[in-house]
Design a protein around this ligand. Structure first.
Ligand code: UTP
Length: 297
């Protein structure tokens, strides 16, 4: 199916303070999940969904990120000379994946502020927004499904996940109404990081969005909110509460596998789970894990 969404925006300018000291000189989006930076999984996911134009919002330490998606002639020549085709492919793959553009955020004043930096690149088109530290398991087709919902509804689409009540305070949480379609809800409001007993639902916003360009005008008027940051959730809440401004917001409830690699425990789980599934590493790691877990008792 041909989509009207051609561009993706990938914010990668956060400070990553939960992952210090690793993120002192490296964006958290560059942390390796097995042997591949988290952000490469994110770009590959969007490419599978038919998107080939990316804008990354970078902060300080952006060099590692840009270099990863750029050519590395020295490495390429060396591997060519050794006729090591398999490793050569690993080096060139990230360069050949897509057209990647970069813009600096300047001060990291929140996710909403980062998204606003994309206004000139995106223009008046709908776009996908994928958080660079949020990995959806490569076997899932969440983004494709979100694009289909967008084409049907012409509303901005947000991915939601059911989370246990004690965890809602870590997320933006949606106020929802059901629709005729399974796992698709209409969002009527949103709250950023509510206290567990005040949360309007257990449906948390995760790092995948299809947004209509009207969000930029709303972000421009959004004052700093929770934590003194310009919150994307606040702008989406305005879109959700005022459907006449930009077609409203719908949520697609995702029930598959997702890892927030900016969180250390989730990061460790992502490395183990994705490594166990691999032919080259899985059998050895799994055998060791069995012994290791048994030895803990
Ligand atoms: P997070 O809230 O997870 O990022 O932002 P953070 O602030 O770097 O994390 P901690 O709490 O200090 O560890 C979600 C996404 O938004 C980006 C981040 O890079 C991440 O991909 N982001 C956040 C920006 O690009 N700019 C910002 O100002 C804030």
């Amino acid at each position: 199916m041909a989509h009207t969404v051609k561009k993706a925006v990938v914010p990668a300018a956060g400070l990553g303070t939960r992952f210090l000291p690793a993120t002192k000189a490296l964006p958290k989006e560059m942390l390796p999940v097995v042997d591949t930076p988290a952000i490469q999984y994110v770009v590959e996911e969007a490419v599978r969904a038919g998107i080939s134009d990316f804008l990354m919002i970078t902060g300080r330490n952006k060099n590692a990120l840009e270099n990863h998606f750029d050519r590395n002639y020295e490495l390429e020549r060396t591997l060519e000379a050794k006729q090591d085709e398999a490793r050569l492919e690993k080096v060139t793959h990230s360069t050949d994946l897509a057209n990647i553009h970069y813009v600096r955020q300047g001060d990291p004043r929140g996710l909403g502020h980062a998204v606003l930096k994309a206004v000139h690149h995106v223009g008046h088109e709908p776009f996908a927004l994928l958080l660079g530290d949020d990995i959806i398991h490569p076997k899932e087709n969440l983004l494709e499904r979100m694009l289909e919902v967008f084409e049907k509804t012409n509303s901005s689409v947000v991915a939601l996940m059911e989370v246990p009540q004690e965890l809602v305070s870590a997320y933006g949480v949606a106020v929802v109404e059901s629709t005729d379609t399974t796992d698709v809800v209409r969002i009527t409001g949103m709250v950023e990081k509510p206290e567990a007993d005040k949360a309007p639902s257990n449906l948390a916003v995760i790092g995948r969005y299809i947004l209509r360009p009207e969000v930029f005008g709303i972000l421009e008027k959004t004052a700093p909110g929770r934590g003194g940051e310009i919150q994307l959730t606040d702008a989406l809440s305005v879109l959700a509460e005022n459907p006449d401004l930009g077609g409203g917001v719908v949520g697609l409830i995702f029930r598959g596998r997702r890892f927030d690699t900016g969180d250390r425990l989730e990061y460790l789980k992502s490395v183990v789970e994705l490594a166990v599934e691999r032919d080259d590493l899985g059998p050895g790691l799994l055998a060791w894990l069995h012994d290791f877990v048994a030895a803990q008792k």
